[in-house]
Design a protein around this ligand. Structure first.
Ligand SMILES: [Zn+2]
Length: 251
């Protein structure tokens, strides 16, 4: 059995409706049924945050889920540019708990990632040695150039600028979302731009069905490359970034 780790997903906060699952356990059971061995996540409430309460509750729920399911998940911290102090506190809190993953962050409040409002978040993550996973939009490129010591995971395969992204040594790519699952030649383009060592299996579950991404990886890559994309690249990446407390694995 191939080990498969999902590098991009979202889990529900308690009491928040509007997703396919209303709590973490059945979603984790669904992953396990598909042969998936672990997942990196933010809460939906965190990634879609529109208020200070969302940041507070979404991050708290992420830590609660991690406490219950640390043998399966690794949480990322959520931020919002409108609430800088609160967001910076949460980055510090995750770091204090030795949880060194931030994101997925989506551009919020119609701001791009290279807007000054985001700058303190990136500066702090760079200083603390935390990985940041960013929804793939064009602000990633100037941020990656401005912060060469910051390690960034670009989420989803964005055709418009993937070639330029692949040139940046501090960028990795997760194949989650529509592009990795459905769009014509998206994985070929990802491979052309990033090679096969900087790609991670990812889904955006429960926004998308994890199974289609397994199928796509199997049909587009050699058996050796599949091992890299399903788990080897990510585990090596986590090790290199001092993230040793994920999925109940020794790696
Ligand atoms: Zn996402």
């Amino acid at each position: 059995m191939t080990m498969i780790i999902d590098s991009h997903s979202h889990l529900p906060s308690p009491g928040r409706a509007g997703h396919n699952f209303s709590e973490a356990r059945p979603q984790i059971d669904a992953w396990r049924k598909l042969g998936i061995n672990g997942a990196i996540f933010t809460t939906w409430q965190g990634v879609m945050a529109a208020s200070a309460d969302d940041i507070e509750q979404g991050n708290r729920a992420a830590l609660d889920i991690y406490a219950k399911f640390s043998d399966f998940v690794l949480p990322g911290v959520s931020v919002h540019p409108k609430y800088p102090e609160l967001s910076l506190q949460w980055i510090h809190e995750f770091h204090r708990q030795n949880l060194l993953w931030a994101g997925e962050w989506c551009p919020a409040d119609q701001l791009e990632f290279d807007a000054p409002e985001y700058e303190p978040f990136f500066a702090l993550c760079e200083e603390l040695g935390m990985v940041v996973q960013l929804h793939n939009s064009k602000g990633i490129i100037p941020v990656a150039k401005r912060h060469p010591q910051l390690t960034i995971v670009a989420a989803h395969v964005n055709h418009a600028f993937i070639g330029e992204e692949g040139q940046l040594p501090n960028l990795w790519l997760d194949i989650s979302g529509l592009y990795g699952g459905l769009c014509w030649q998206a994985l070929e383009k990802a491979k052309d731009a990033f090679g096969t060592k900087r790609l991670f299996y990812g889904t955006d579950f429960d926004g998308y069905d994890p199974e289609i991404f397994i199928y796509r990886v199997k049909t587009h890559f050699t058996p050796e490359e599949q091992q890299d994309i399903f788990h080897r690249n990510l585990l090596a990446f986590l090790r290199n970034n001092n993230i040793n407390n994920a999925f109940g694995l020794n790696y």
